[in-house]
Ligand binder design. Structure first.
Ligand code: GAR
Length: 212
């Protein structure tokens, strides 16, 4: 059974998608052991608590320095004993030590088709604002392993979503979540739990998987 620690910062709809996928059997052999938020007001913490999943808040505001926060954040992660760390709407730039310690054991969901609309500053609604400003016809979501860069790690799964005439950032965000994020994040976890995902340099190989 793969032990998941899910790192969140906000509403937690991706966390909910993971929990629902475990309930329905779309994720097999994995359980959410701990949810950690940097934001005390994150609704994701309530979602965890309502299922009796340990929900921990480590807020930067409770610490005198960035270093002290990072130490406490990493300590909380280590204490949860994860096999896989899932960034589900996590807005924390992870401590370098954590990325090294859990190489190829941290995954992130990004609300665009990497390498578009990604990197420093591209998170949440802003990603969709930029996609609409640029006038792209297709956007989507990406699940990738986390390396020391921002959104630069090996790509596991991607799913495209069409932009519609009259979309607002909010409408597009919701469509990308419904048609891409909430599907590919659970799917990637299931594939990893089944031992089918292998990192080969900058690329990922998935055993017996057909795309499209
Ligand atoms: C999601 O759209 C996720 O892809 C994005 O934040 C949102 C969180 O929603 N993550 C990033 O932008 C990370 N760079 P949620 O809290 O409802 O899952």
């Amino acid at each position: 059974m793969l032990r998941l620690t899910v790192l969140v910062s906000g509403g937690g709809t991706n966390l909910q998608a993971i929990l629902d996928a475990i309930d329905s059997g779309r994720i097999r052999d994995a359980q959410v052991c701990t949810v950690i938020s940097n934001n005390p007001g994150a609704y994701a913490l309530e979602r965890a608590k309502s299922r009796n999943i340990p929900a921990v808040c480590v807020s930067p505001r409770s610490f005198p320095s960035r270093k002290a926060f990072e130490d406490a954040y990493l300590a909380a992660v280590r204490e949860s004993g994860p096999d896989l760390i899932v960034l589900a709407g996590c807005m924390v730039v992870l401590p370098e030590q954590m990325v090294r310690l859990y190489e190829n054991r941290i995954i992130n969901i990004h609300p665009a088709l990497i390498p578009s609309f990604c990197g420093t500053g591209y998170h949440g609604l802003h990603v969709h604002e930029e996609a609409l400003k640029r006038g792209v016809r297709v956007t989507g979501a990406t699940v990738h392993f986390v390396d020391s860069g921002t959104d630069t790690g090996p790509i596991i799964l991607q799913k495209a979503v069409c932009v519609q005439e009259g979309d607002t950032p909010e409408i597009l965000q919701r469509r990308v979540m419904e048609q891409a994020e909430w599907l590919i994040l659970p799917e990637a976890i299931d594939l990893i739990a089944a031992g089918r995902v292998h990192v080969e340099g900058r690329k990922v190989h998935i055993d017996d998987y057909s795309f499209g």
